[in-house]
Design a binder for this molecule. Structure first.
Ligand code: ZN
Length: 243
């Protein structure tokens, strides 16, 4: 089976539609979304509607849950909080109900999906350093967990339970079925690895390979829409920087 995995769309429909076009051109069996459909960007309503049309699975992220009162936004920075307050004013009631039903993690077709981490999916922890990677090892199911949340694509390979190697995202990485991996699939709507293009991942379960794909989109159009909605300048500027 070929799976398209994508995450952290953040109300960026221009990026989402370009990624969906690339997914269609590539050809996949299933489309799996790892959370944060809203927050930051100018098109929360359209993005949720599109997601419901196309996705086979949709997890909830911290922005999704904060938008519907399932998790606190107290730790959000002022820019994220301002975007969240605007997002809340935009959502339809049926969309609120949809977000309330999302899960932060799931076992799907013999692998694991989580927005933030296998260790504590609803605590929205990051996996950014060696110790955090080691802490997650016991919680990885079926040797393979896909995550989003940090907007930083990478592959963590556990050569032993105490030894990790970080693999840079590349067009083709082979996974050893006998060892554990966490694959961070990056972000569609707000990449933060200094690359402006959207990121998504193709996973081939028979070949046991992952391919990181980058897709350009019209950043200026998104920035103009954010300006029209008075979203924070910091959030507008960072899209063009990829961070
Ligand atoms: Zn996010």
């Amino acid at each position: 089976m070929r799976y398209a995995l994508f995450s952290d769309i953040h109300a960026n429909i221009d990026a989402f539609d370009e990624v969906l076009a690339d997914i269609e051109a590539t050809g996949v069996d299933k489309k799996l979304f790892l959370g944060d459909i809203v927050g930051y960007g100018p098109d929360p309503q359209v993005c949720i509607d599109r997601l419901l049309e196309v996705a086979d699975v949709s997890l909830g992220g911290n922005h999704d849950w904060a938008a519907v009162g399932l998790t606190s936004a107290d730790y959000f920075n002022p820019y994220a909080k301002a975007a969240l307050d605007w997002t809340i004013s935009q959502l339809r009631e049926d969309q609120v109900e949809f977000l309330k039903r999302t899960q932060p993690s799931l076992i799907y077709d013999g692998f694991q999906l989580a927005h933030s981490s296998p260790l504590a999916p609803a605590e929205w922890r990051y996996i950014l350093n060696h110790q955090e990677a080691l802490d997650n090892y016991p919680y990885i199911e079926h040797n393979l967990c896909f995550i989003g949340h940090s907007h930083q694509p990478l592959v963590i390979e556990y050569t032993t339970p105490q030894t990790v190697r970080v693999l840079r995202p590349s067009p083709l990485i082979s996974l050893d079925p006998d060892i554990r991996y966490i694959v961070n699939i990056g972000s569609v709507g707000q990449p933060r690895d200094s690359i402006v293009e959207s990121c998504w991942v193709l996973f081939d379960s028979e070949e046991r390979t992952v391919s990181f794909r980058r897709v350009p989109y019209d950043v200026e159009t998104v920035q103009r829409k954010m300006e029209a909605h008075d979203l924070p300048r910091y959030l507008i500027d960072r899209l063009a920087l990829g961070r």
